[in-house]
Design a protein. Structure first.
Length: 399
């Protein structure tokens, strides 16, 4: 069976208030082509389809249009789970209509997928968190574990009333979850796992750092079933093999979503599998659709000349300019006339090279930048992605 593994699309995501949808459209065109060229039988999308609980309509339309193309008339099955950024109910609302295109959706741990025809393929058995599928005549047992927050895990699994059950840690509950689900693996079938979670010691160069809350969401690679033939993961944006688990991979995100991510390449994974056989993984590189760049200039004059030199290039730009006074408005306008996609201009003062300030007015700044600026002034240090992630989770729950 030929499997394509991807995750962390974050459709609708902005960069300093600027839309990334044109880049995401370009990626999805390439992704459809990749799946056709690889003649994929099964596509696994391991969470964070969208960047927010309420994605823009254009992002949803892009998602639906792409799914139709991926199905190739219902011959290819696509399995989708939600991540921590997705609204599970909203993501799976189109599930019944998507069946004719071979699309399987799971929003929360314990989702029961209906049996029956999915395009030209079939789900012959299912239960909380698993399906048994027959895809082009080959059988596959697929364990579905969407983002397992403490709350979602408690709602769906292991809700015993005895004191021992209530006292179990997050890791203990996840171990039991995977142990219970692995009992659904049947002889002669491919054994697959698709999940959205954070494995301990994974490299976190990307924007999806672990929301640790005392380390509770950190999990060891040993929690996964030993009998799994392949484990498709989402949540970490840097593509990588999972430490301590040779059958588990993070596909990574398809696009660089912040400055920290520009140092690694993006990709999707093509996996060839036979039941009980060796797993062959091919890394398919993706282009950088619109690079994020940091320009460090020695003066305002140097900055203007740099903008003029690169005026015709497509890139997002963070500018840092060495200066001993303020930057004149006419100079800022001159830079932006030459290079429209300047995201911020930070003056670097010689007496204190760490003194950096975004020149935009507060009302022009996106919410996350305002929060980070306040945090930096209050605590004299930068806010981590973990802290920002916790704050955004709290705000979503309040909404």
């Amino acid at each position: 069976m030929k499997i394509i593994h991807t995750a962390d699309w974050h459709l609708g995501k902005n960069l300093e208030g600027q839309s990334r949808l044109p880049e995401q459209e370009a990626f999805l065109r390439d992704f459809v082509d990749i799946c056709e060229k690889e003649e994929a039988d099964l596509i696994l999308i391991a969470g964070d389809i969208y960047d927010s609980y309420n994605p823009p309509a254009a992002a949803e339309q892009l998602f639906y249009d792409t799914l139709k193309q991926l199905s190739r008339g219902g011959t290819c099955m696509t399995v989708i789970i939600s991540g921590n950024h997705d609204n599970p109910d909203r993501l799976t609302a189109s599930g019944p209509l998507a069946r004719e295109h071979g699309i399987v959706m799971a929003g929360t741990p314990g989702t029961v997928v209906p049996t029956g025809s999915y395009g030209h393929n079939t789900i012959t058995d299912s239960g909380p968190g698993y399906v048994h599928a027959v895809i082009k005549g080959e059988a596959a047992d697929i364990l579905l574990v969407p983002f397992p927050s403490e709350k979602r895990l408690g709602e769906r699994y292991l809700t015993g009333t005895d004191e021992t059950e209530r006292g179990k840690s997050y890791e203990e509950r996840m171990r039991q979850l995977f142990s219970d689900l692995s009992s659904r693996f049947t002889p002669g079938s491919l054994h697959l796992v698709v999940s959205h979670l954070f494995v301990m010691d994974s490299a976190t160069d990307g924007s999806e750092r672990s929301v640790q809350l005392g380390g509770s969401y950190l999990l060891p690679g040993s929690i996964f079933p030993e009998k799994a033939d392949y484990i498709a993961l989402g949540h970490v944006h840097k593509p990588q093999k999972v430490p301590g688990q040779k059958k588990a991979r993070y596909s990574g995100s398809p696009i660089h979503y912040n400055q920290r991510e520009i140092h690694f390449s993006n990709q999707v994974l093509s996996v060839s599998l036979h039941p009980g056989g060796e797993c062959h993984v091919k890394e398919i590189p993706l282009p950088v659709y619109k690079p994020i760049e940091i320009w460090r200039c020695d003066s305002v004059e140097d900055a203007i000349l740099t903008c003029e030199k690169h005026s015709g290039e497509e890139s997002w730009v963070y500018m840092e300019i060495k200066i001993d006074s303020y930057i004149h408005e006419e100079d800022i306008r001159a830079m932006k006339r030459l290079k429209a996609d300047i995201l911020s201009i930070r003056p670097i003062f010689p007496k204190d090279s760490e003194q950096r300030q975004d020149i935009r007015r507060p009302e022009e700044l996106p919410f996350d930048v305002l929060v980070k600026n306040y945090y930096r002034q209050k605590f004299q240090t930068d806010m981590t992605e973990e802290t920002m992630g916790v704050l955004m989770e709290i705000l979503r729950e309040e909404d």
